[in-house]
Design a protein around this ligand. Structure first.
Ligand code: OFO
Length: 172
């Protein structure tokens, strides 16, 4: 059984993950519309991953007899000036998600809910990796500047970039 505070905080996180999924879906569509096939493929996948993060929370809450509330999501932004701006927004958003996971972990500790605390450790590591991934992409974009051929390769290669591939690069 979940305490009311943990239940409310988990529902907030469901909202956050669902919002992330929609946010990246809108970004993916913008990238597709603007001819960045690789960037859009990367973002469609990212959107699916966020939906999976939301589902994982829903299933956990139901397993623990919590009451899941599926929220209404705000309409995400649908236009960007450039891919660089899009990834800066994505990075900013991920830092917010990390903060929200941190607060959720804090609520579990206050409530002495060590089972949920344990469950959330997966999200803690995931956020670390997602922030690193977003940072890596922004660094690449800065290096490329206006080099058209670099952009061509970037768009081709980003489709295969995942949280795991960046973590491996970091470990190498
Ligand atoms: Fe759910 O990891 Fe990003 O937001």
């Amino acid at each position: 059984m979940l305490s009311k505070k943990v239940e409310a905080a988990l529902n907030e996180q469901i909202k956050m993950e669902g919002m992330s999924s929609n946010f990246y879906l809108a970004m993916a569509s913008w990238a597709e519309e603007n001819g960045y096939a690789g960037v859009s493929e990367f973002l469609y996948k990212h959107s699916d991953e966020e939906r999976f993060h939301m589902l994982k929370l829903i299933k956990y809450m139901n397993e623990r007899d919590g009451k899941v509330i599926i929220p209404a999501f705000e309409q995400p932004r649908s236009d960007y000036d450039a891919v660089k701006q899009l990834f800066e927004e994505l990075y900013k958003h991920e830092t917010k998600v990390t903060q929200s996971i941190g607060e959720l972990v804090g609520v579990c500790l206050d409530e002495k809910d060590f089972t949920t605390h344990n469950f959330l450790q997966w999200y803690v590591s995931e956020q670390l990796e997602e922030e690193a991934l977003a940072k890596t992409i922004i660094d690449k974009i800065k290096l490329m500047g206006d080099d058209k051929s670099a952009w061509y390769h970037f768009d081709r290669d980003i489709a295969s970039l995942t949280v795991t591939s960046v973590a491996d690069e970091g470990a190498a």
